[in-house]
Design a binder for this molecule. Structure first.
Ligand code: BGC
Length: 415
C-alpha cells in the first residue's frame, strides 16, 4: 500500500512537472530563417527565455511565408496547431474566421493596445472587435537597396523617376555588372510588381487594382504599362535568377556583384548582419516614383486557441512583443519599424528613421496601402492568383497584353 501511494505521488509530481514545463514553453512557427531574420528572432527568444519561458522553434524556410502557411494548414488539420504563428494580414483574418485563434482582448485591454497600435494594423489584428494577434512590426515593400560603392564608381545618383532608374540600369549593364539582384520566386516577383504598379499608375491606381479589385483598372492600359516595365526589370537580372532565395540576392548587392535589389526592408537586416552601414556601404530609397507612398505589411503572431482561455505562455509572448523596449530592440535588427506609434526613432539607423517618417507621412496623407505581395491587400486565394500571372509574365510565358487579360480573369475567378 505504501509502495502504491509512493508511486501515485511520484506520478502526480511528474504530471505536475510536465504540465508546468508545457505551460512554460511556446512553440513558434515562423519563416525567419535568413541570417538577418534569425538575428532578429533571437531578440524575441532571449526576451522570453529571460522570463523563464522556453522556446520550441518551428522554422519553415521560404521567404514571404508561402511554405509556412502550407505547413500550418497541415498541423492544424492533424489536430496539432503550434502555440504561436507568424502571420500576415488576411491570413490572420482567415484563421480567425475559422474560429482557430485565441482571444487576446483582456490582455490587449489591460495593456492599452487600442491606443498605441496604428489603425492600419488593427484592421488585421482584430476580428469581430476582438484582438486575435500581436503585431510585431511594420515592413514596407516599395524600397530599393543599392551598393553605394558601385553607384559612386559609375557616377550614378539615386534615381527619382522610372526613366532615371532605367538610365542607371543601362549604365550598370554597360559596365559589365548585374543591374538588379533578383530571386525568381513568385513572392519576389510579386514584391517587385508591388512597387512597379504603384510607380506606374500612382496610389489611386494601386488601390483600385489590388485592394478594390476593380476589373477596369486591372485590365487597363496602365496595367499593361506596368507589365512592360516588369519586362524591363527581367532584362536586367542575371542568368541565374530563377529560384534564388531573396537573401542570396541581397548578398549580391552586399558584395558588389549587383547594383540594386527591389525588396522589402527585411533586406536591411541582411546588410546589418553583414556588418554594413546605411549611407556608407549601402543606400535605401523608395522605388522611383513612389517617394510619398508606402505599401506595407506587418508581421504578427497569432495564438492558436488551446482552450477557452489564452495560455499563460501565449499571453507572455504577446506582452513581450508589444512592449516598447522589445519593439525597439527587435526592429532595429529586423529592418522593420515599430508596430506602436509611441516608440522613439532614436535607436534606429538612417533607413529605419526614414521608414518611420515615411510611414507616418503616408498614413496621414492617405498614401498608405496594404501590400498585395505580402497578404495585406487580399486573401491568399486572390494573392496567389495574381502571383501566378505576374510570374508567368516575368518568365516570358505571357506578353504584357496577355498578362493583363489573364490578370482580370484570375482575379474574377478567385475573388
Ligand atoms: C515578412 C518578413 C520576412 C520576409 C522574407 C515577409 O513576408 O513580413 O518578416 O522577413 O517575408 O522572408
Amino acid at each position: 500500500m505504501r509502495k502504491l501511494t509512493t508511486m501515485m505521488t511520484a506520478a502526480a509530481a511528474l504530471m505536475a512537472a510536465s504540465s508546468s514545463i508545457q505551460a512554460q514553453e511556446v512553440e513558434v512557427l515562423h519563416w525567419w530563417t535568413s541570417g538577418g531574420e534569425a538575428a532578429a528572432l533571437n531578440v524575441l527568444k532571449e526576451d522570453l527565455e529571460s522570463q523563464g519561458i522556453g522556446w520550441q522553434d518551428m522554422p519553415v524556410a521560404g521567404g514571404g511565408g508561402t511554405q509556412a502557411m502550407t505547413v500550418l494548414r497541415a498541423r492544424v488539420t492533424s489536430g496539432n496547431p503550434p502555440t504561436a504563428v507568424q502571420m500576415l494580414g488576411f491570413d490572420i483574418l482567415d484563421w480567425a474566421n475559422e474560429g482557430a485563434l485565441a482571444d487576446l482582448n483582456i490582455l490587449a485591454g489591460m495593456e492599452g493596445w487600442d491606443d498605441v497600435v496604428p489603425e492600419a494594423l488593427q484592421k488585421f489584428a482584430k476580428h469581430d472587435g476582438k484582438w486575435v494577434s500581436a503585431p510585431v512590426n511594420v515592413h514596407s515593400t516599395n524600397w530599393v537597396w543599392a551598393n553605394k560603392a558601385v553607384l559612386d564608381e559609375l557616377g550614378i545618383a539615386v534615381p527619382t523617376t522610372w526613366d532615371e532608374f532605367v538610365a542607371a540600369l543601362d549604365k550598370v549593364k554597360a559596365a559589365g555588372k548585374t543591374p538588379i539582384a533578383h530571386g525568381g520566386q513568385a513572392w519576389q516577383d510579386a514584391t517587385v510588381f508591388d512597387a512597379i504598379a504603384l510607380s506606374t499608375g500612382g496610389p489611386d491606381f494601386y488601390k483600385k487594382a489590388f485592394i478594390d479589385l476593380d476589373p477596369d483598372t486591372l485590365g487597363s492600359d496602365t496595367m499593361k504599362e506596368a507589365f512592360d516595365r516588369m519586362a524591363v526589370i527581367r532584362d536586367n537580372v542575371d542568368d541565374n535568377f530563377s529560384g534564388r532565395d531573396w537573401n542570396l540576392a541581397t548578398a549580391m548587392v552586399i558584395n558588389g556583384d549587383a547594383a540594386f535589389q527591389m525588396m522589402g526592408d527585411w533586406a536591411k537586416g541582411e546588410f546589418l548582419n553583414a556588418g554594413k552601414t546605411p549611407d556608407e556601404d549601402f543606400l535605401c530609397f523608395r522605388f522611383p516614383g513612389t517617394q510619398d507612398q508606402v505599401t506595407f505589411n506587418a508581421d504578427q503572431f497569432a495564438m492558436f486557441a488551446q482552450g477557452p482561455e489564452v495560455g499563460k505562455e501565449q499571453a507572455a509572448l504577446a506582452t513581450a512583443i508589444l512592449s516598447p523596449g522589445f519593439q525597439t530592440a527587435f526592429n532595429v535588427v529586423k529592418g522593420s519599424v515599430p508596430a506602436r506609434t509611441d516608440v522613439s526613432d532614436e535607436a534606429f539607423d538612417a533607413c529605419g528613421k526614414k521608414g518611420m517618417a515615411d510611414l507616418k507621412a503616408a498614413a496621414s496623407s492617405g498614401n498608405l496601402y496594404g501590400s498585395m505581395a505580402h497578404g495585406h491587400a487580399n486573401p491568399a486565394s486572390v494573392k496567389n492568383a495574381i502571383y501566378d500571372v505576374v510570374t508567368a509574365h516575368f518568365n516570358g510565358e505571357y506578353d504584357s497584353a496577355t498578362a493583363v487579360d489573364e490578370l482580370v480573369t484570375a482575379v474574377e475567378i478567385n475573388k
